[in-house]
Design a protein around this ligand. Structure first.
Ligand SMILES: *[C@@H]1O[C@H](CO)[C@@H](O)[C@H](O)[C@H]1NC(C)=O
Ligand SMILES: *[C@@H]1O[C@H](CO)[C@@H](O)[C@H](O)[C@H]1NC(C)=O
Length: 515
């Protein structure tokens, strides 16, 4: 009797779920696309690899690239999931994406997707509306032209320190994972140029008195494990050595940030107009509601530290991997740099606009390995989006109020409508004037476009130009991979995973000094 009743209940529930699921799909006129049991951005779905029909997988936008749109014959697809029951829209059409990014009131940023980043409190990345406007107003002056020079000079001195002190001017340097180098480089740049906290290649690994972990390690621990830390309840913290290390990372990072803030508050040197001064000035000067409270300062420092170094580090690592795999492109770049600099010397900020090939190589890397793969927006009203399908007919897609709309960056960046031969590393495509600016969105766009874009471009120009002008880059030869074809090597070296952003797995490179 009970047994029958339970089975009956189970059947009723199952039917209800299926009905809800179908209703969700119908709300988007049964737009083809992803149909899964779990949502990719749900807590569990965030960790699971792809299982057909169950979860799309952590890194699905990068893995699928444009293929799902090609299959659907349309550059907008649906993503309907049963748990939670929802129907999202996923877009890879440049004109539609432009429409979305340029109307912030119609399609605001979907900030609930950024909960992870609010660990230390409210901040510029994970906010919308008036609060976001306030943060943006306070931080934006830190990214002015005057500070661009500061970023350039700090990046140059960090690269010089890497060659002279980190690598001791050796003829040949072998690194098991180039990411270790680029992560340190970009962290030192944001620390120095954003927060006046200088770090060096020789001393940074040491643990200062009063700490149990280095600043660098604490930041990496937080960026690697922030998702896990948020999912696990506080009492699990002391359970294993790993979980207590993770917890220590969070505590240490907080105390390093507080030290940076205190040091600046107590220093005479208020002439600097970097990010930290602006965040602190907002607290001190115009008081009242305009100012930032202590939590907001900490949280925004955290976001700028994290966003300011992780994405650039990953992209630079892919840049050097791609150059190592394409010696012909590396040679073209080297010749170009030589033609701009004339003699072997360090590039100056005023030469940045002449270093077009360094920029093209960086852009091409960003096209192929964009750190952010899905940009979440939300529809603030009942509306429609219009897109041509493969047959050239116009399709009108209903977008009910509250629908999540995801910009699918790899879908856009590998869309053959805009990019010829999209799987080839071909920096020259950016050297011609007619590439489609709307089909390239590594920094998002519109009002919510990346505040640090210029900052990232500057430090990347310095790193690429200085490294390529002084060293030859190659993939490490390892006996166990002796029988590999070029394609296999390429796949191994460029392998990607997703933690917070697209992350290279292991990039073993050799740098050989030229002359
Ligand atoms: C901000 O200002 C308030 C009041 O002046 C002060 O108590 C607080 O410590 C300041 N916070 C920071 C992080 O500077
Ligand atoms: C690189 O991309 C940016 C947009 O992010 C663009 O403004 C710039 O002109 C591009 N430059 C080159 C040389 O590709």
């Amino acid at each position: 009797m009970w047994h029958t009743l339970l089975s009956l209940l189970a059947v009723v529930y199952a039917i209800r779920w299926i009905v809800n699921f179908r209703q969700a799909a119908r709300s988007l006129s049964n737009l083809p696309g992803y149909r899964t049991l779990l949502h990719s951005e749900s807590n569990l779905g965030n960790f699971l690899p792809k299982i057909r029909g169950i979860v799309p997988g952590t890194n699905f936008p990068f893995i699928d690239k444009h293929s799902v749109f090609a299959w659907a014959g349309c550059d907008i697809v649906g993503h309907v999931s049963m748990f939670p029951c929802k129907a999202d829209i996923v877009v890879a059409d440049a004109a539609v994406i432009k429409e979305i990014t340029t109307s912030r009131s119609r399609f605001p940023k979907e900030v609930t997707q950024y909960g992870t980043f609010s660990f230390f409190g409210p901040n510029i990345l994970a906010s919308e509306g008036e609060i976001w406007k306030r943060y943006r107003k306070i931080s934006a002056p830190s990214f002015s032209e005057r500070n661009s020079r500061l970023v350039w000079d700090e990046a140059v001195s960090i690269m010089n320190d890497l060659f002279n002190s980190g690598w001791e001017n050796k003829k040949e340097i072998s690194v098991d994972n180039c990411l270790d180098i680029t992560l340190s480089f970009s962290l030192y740049v944001i620390s120095a140029a954003g927060f006046g906290h200088k770090m060096t290649w020789k001393e940074n690994k040491a643990i200062p008195p009063g700490h149990l972990m280095s600043f660098e390690t604490s930041l990496y621990t937080v960026s690697t494990y922030v998702l896990q830390r948020l999912l696990l309840p506080d009492w699990t913290v002391g359970l294993t050595k790993k979980t207590s290390q993770i917890d220590l990372g969070f505590k240490e990072l907080r105390s390093y940030m507080i030290e940076m803030i205190e040091a600046r508050k107590n220093s005479e040197e208020v002439k600097r107009h970097d990010l930290l001064s602006n965040l602190l000035l907002a607290n001190a000067s115009d008081g009242e509601s305009e100012g930032l409270n202590a939590d907001e300062i900490i949280s925004n420092v955290f976001i700028f530290l994290l966003a300011g170094h992780e994405t650039t580090a990953h992209t630079l690592c892919y840049t050097f991997a791609l150059l190592a795999l394409h010696p012909d492109e590396q040679e073209k770049l080297y010749q170009h740099i030589k033609s701009v600099l004339k003699d072997p010397r360090v590039p100056t900020y005023d030469e940045m606009s002449l270093l077009t090939r360094s920029m093209a190589v960086f852009n091409e890397t960003l096209r192929m390995y964009s750190p952010a793969t899905l940009i979440p927006k939300c529809s603030a009203e009942d509306t429609t989006l219009t897109v041509p399908n493969a047959k050239g007919e116009t399709v009108v897609i209903p977008v009910p109020k509250g629908t999540n709309v995801f910009l699918h960056i790899p879908g856009l960046h590998y869309n053959p409508k805009y990019w010829k031969d999209p799987f080839s590393f071909y920096p020259d495509r950016f050297m011609q004037p007619n590439w489609n600016k709307d089909a390239f969105l590594p920094f998002s766009a519109g009002a919510r476009g990346c505040l640090g874009r210029k900052f990232a471009e500057i430090e990347a120009m310095v790193a690429i130009t200085m490294l390529v002008s002084q060293y030859k880059i190659a993939v490490q030869e390892e006996p166990r991979f002796a029988g590999e074809t070029w394609e296999q090597k390429k796949e191994r070296v460029l392998k990607a995973t997703r933690v917070l952003t697209l992350t290279p797995v292991k990039v073993p490179l050799v740098f050989t000094r030229r002359s």
